[in-house]
Write a protein that binds this ligand. Structure first.
Ligand code: SAM
Ligand code: DTB
Ligand code: SF4
Length: 333
């Protein structure tokens, strides 16, 4: 028996609000953990009474050699990581073969990444469109992350059937220049607007553990939550400090920081998918279970993220079973 027998009616009552203030959000982030978890639980149980979790698999289609100077990113030419510039992107057939494998392993969404400042016209873009339609034909949701784009590129991606475009704000507007100098926060918002106008859903979140303050975290969440509509997916990453990047020496955050961020995101964005993203390797099982409890309803599923490690499939199957969250495997039977 579920705690809330009237969950369906209750979920209809939960409305997203878009006038959150910084101090309201900071109060949530700093609340006693027990109170914060309880508040997040009340929201989460109403909108997702079965604790359903979406599995998203990631593939780096074009790796390395990116001109942008994102301080966290091993794919930037400004980093001295071992990720080299692989000039050619993967072939359409190879990407679709990987998507098929991801589907067979149980993924719902297939996310494809390009280490680009912006989408390039011509052959690479034509192939991207074929990848998107091919992934959709497999019965998977398709997501692309490839930097900035034009209105007509957004329209063509929508026509190819793209479900979501991932473009993260990464950090607060106030902290942004400390992390990225080669493009502005404003440009990020403009790209998101073009994606939204083309009718593609937004996947937009950020990273914690880059030396930001609690105010910065609250400020990032404020921009996301006050969007109307709110992004359909919100990836919460914790920094994977990769050797050779500007942030290589930063220590991993305390796992409870991630739990707090997820719980607050759930309260602010009740109907969004809150995706527990990069950094799960460092989190530990208990903190991940707390994140599910607090409102995470998606994970990246597969042994690698783009260039770094993610928990192994078997470990995630065990985590899902132990946590008692539900994956809709029936889709694939
Ligand atoms: N180039 C595109 C862009 O920046 O929008 C797409 C790829 S980029 C790698 C996608 C996202 O991955 C970034 O916005 C960032 O949030 C996340 N990311 C990259 N490196 C990371 C790291 N070391 N730790 C945590 N998140 C990371
Ligand atoms: C997101 O927010 N996180 C994913 C996905 N969107 C594209 C990427 C995480 C990348 C972590 C570092 C790496 O593997 O290169
Ligand atoms: Fe390039 Fe994206 Fe990495 Fe920034 S996060 S350096 S834009 S690949």
């Amino acid at each position: 028996m579920t705690l809330f027998d009237t969950s369906i009616q209750l979920s209809e009552k939960i409305k997203s609000k878009h006038d959150w203030t910084l101090s309201e959000i900071k109060l949530l982030l700093e609340k006693s953990l027990m109170d914060l978890l309880w508040e997040a639980q009340i929201v989460h149980r109403q909108v997702n009474p079965d604790y359903k979790v979406q599995l998203a698999s990631l593939l780096s289609v074009k790796t390395g050699g990116c001109q942008e100077d994102c301080a966290y990113c091993p794919q930037s030419i400004h980093s001295s990581s071992d990720i080299s510039d692989i000039p050619d992107q993967l072939a359409v057939s190879e990407v679709l073969a990987q998507a098929k494998m991801a589907k067979e392993a149980g993924a719902h969404r297939f996310c494809m990444g390009w280490a680009w400042r912006e989408i390039r016209e011509g052959e690479p873009f034509e192939s991207m469109l074929q990848m998107v339609s091919g992934v959709r034909e497999l019965g998977l949701e398709a997501c692309v992350t490839a930097g900035m784009l034009t209105k007509s590129q957004a329209t063509r991606l929508a026509d190819a059937g793209l479900t979501a475009y991932n473009h993260n704000l990464d950090t607060s507007p106030e902290n942004y220049n400390k992390i990225i100098t080669t493009r502005t926060f404003e440009e990020r918002l403009e790209t998101l607007e073009k994606v939204r106008s083309a009718g593609i859903t937004l996947c937009c979140g950020g990273i914690i553990g880059m030396g930001e303050s609690i105010e910065d975290r609250a400020s990032l969440l404020k921009v996301l939550a006050n969007m109307n509509p709110q992004p359909e997916s919100v990836p919460i990453n914790s920094l994977v400090a990769v050797e050779g990047t500007a942030l290589e020496n930063l220590k991993s955050i305390d796992p409870m920081e991630m739990v707090r961020m997820v719980a607050t995101a759930r309260i602010l964005m009740p109907h969004s998918r809150i995706r527990l993203s990069a950094g799960r390797e460092q989190l530990g099982k208990e903190a991940q279970v707390l994140c599910f409890l607090a409102g995470a309803d998606s994970i990246f599923y597969g042994d690698t993220l783009l260039t770094t490690k993610n928990p192994a499939l078997e470990a995630d199957k065990e985590l899902i079973a132990q946590a008692g969250v539900k994956v809709d495997w029936s889709l694939y039977e």
